[in-house]
Design a protein around this ligand. Structure first.
Ligand code: PLP
Length: 406
């Protein structure tokens, strides 16, 4: 089947809107030209809005999200520092791995995959150990489709009087799910360009609080390419210490314009609606999510458990080869046991119906005993009601609703 488009329902890279693609199609330009700051300075300011911050600063490194993880750690911590982390999916696992490889003394709380950051356990560790220098939280675990409560982590830290830095991986949440750097007291928030910001991979973005900027002045970890001080010197004037990916910066301008035109609260509400329709479709097929309960449901990605005798990798392979539809596979511990529908970025209700329709066919072809159309019908029902303004909300839906209206 070579006609039409290949449908992309993976949780990153996400679909790049036409306006953003066109904005990136520019002749190369001099990144040291006198008018270059006209492009860059407003980008730094506007990104702050996306992170929900007023103070501090935002850095944009050429790199992917993983680079921003490394920039966050190496600029603000010291070798041997004790840090508190948790692991409940492939991405939180990789962050722990990086912290260990960079020489941090990691206390890692292992959590059953399907749940998220254990704020209660964090409180236990913080209350008995005041030498913890940093607390890490993966806001949205992309491997399992689990969103954690960052405000609850901040609360646990405050309850214990902890002055640790709060690091948050927001790679698959920022610009799609409500994020509040200031209100949640986040010190270092990390994202990449290829998820909620609807760009190709290539920009590693980092929002840094004033407290973390201060910590960077005395941190002794080795760093060079990612050094905050070099960035600050040149960024203040609208330049970079090395060659930035200029087309991506033009794309970022276009993507921020799209997000602001729609309105961030509306963007979050749309992601919630899209996700809720997919979840209803999944449940109508008699399938379960990897997320252990509504309090953990992610509005950007759903990891769907396949029936016992069905191979999740086979579902993805069939989706791609027969139906030109990409789904996310199961990673590591859940390989073969789940497949994922990414529902973030440039998508609407009908895109998600297509995702469900493709998933139903792929599941049935892979041997799952499901009723074709049942998932699509449940999602259609929900989208119709949600657009007319009278869809019943699930428990998770109402809690997300409060977060959005805050
Ligand atoms: C995608 C992702 C990353 C990794 O980002 P890269 O851009 O691939 O380096 C990290 N954390 C989460 C939660 C992600 O979804």
């Amino acid at each position: 089947m070579r006609n039409g488009m290949t449908h992309l329902f993976i949780p990153g890279p996400t679909n790049v809107p036409e306006a953003v693609r066109r904005a990136m199609n520019v002749p190369m330009q001099d990144h040291r030209a006198p008018d270059f700051p006209e492009l860059t300075l407003p980008l730094f300011d506007d990104l702050k809005q996306v992170f929900g911050m007023t103070g501090g600063r935002v850095f944009c490194y050429p790199g992917s999200g993983t680079g921003a993880w490394e920039a966050a750690i190496t600029n603000t911590l010291n070798r041997g520092d004790k840090v508190l982390m948790s692991r409940f999916g492939q991405f939180s696992h990789l962050w722990v791995d990086m912290a260990e490889r960079l020489g941090l003394d990691v206390i890692c709380v292992d959590v059953e995959w399907g749940r998220g950051v254990p704020a209660y356990d964090y409180e236990f560790f913080l209350s008995k150990d005041d030498s913890i220098k940093a607390v890490f939280a993966t806001h949205n675990e992309t491997a399992t489709g689990v969103t954690s409560d960052v405000a609850a982590v901040r609360q646990a830290m405050d309850t214990c009087g902890s002055d640790a830095l709060l690091f948050v991986d927001g790679v698959s949440s920022i610009a799609s799910i409500d994020f509040q750097q200031d209100a949640w007291g986040v010190d270092l928030a990390v994202t990449g360009s290829q998820k909620g910001l609807m760009l190709p991979a290539g920009l590693a973005m980092l929002a840094v609080s004033d407290k973390a900027l201060e910590a960077a002045k005395s941190s002794t970890m080795e760093r060079c390419y990612f050094d905050f001080a070099d960035m600050i010197k040149t960024n203040d004037l609208g330049y970079f210490p090395y060659t930035p990916p200029v087309p991506l910066l033009h794309g970022l301008r276009a993507s921020l314009d799209l997000l602001f035109d729609e309105g961030l609260p509306q963007v979050f509400a749309r992601h919630h609606r899209l996700a809720e329709g997919v979840r209803r479709g999944v449940h109508a097929l008699g399938l379960q999510l990897c997320a252990a309960g509504p309090e953990w449901y992610s509005d950007t990605v759903s990891a769907i458990k396949v029936p016992e005798h069905v191979d999740g990798a086979e579902v993805c392979r069939i989706g791609y080869e027969r139906y030109r539809t990409s789904f996310g596979g199961g990673l590591s511990q859940v390989a073969g046991k789940v497949f994922r529908i990414g529902h973030l970025g440039d998508l609407n209700d009908v895109s998600c119906l297509a995702a469900l329709a493709g998933a139903e066919m792929s599941l049935a072809d892979a041997g799952a005993d499901i009723e074709l159309g049942a998932g699509v019908a449940a999602a259609q029902e929900y989208y119709r009601k949600a657009n007319a303004g009278f869809a019943p909300e699930t428990p998770a839906a109402s809690s997300v609703g409060t977060a959005v209206s805050r």
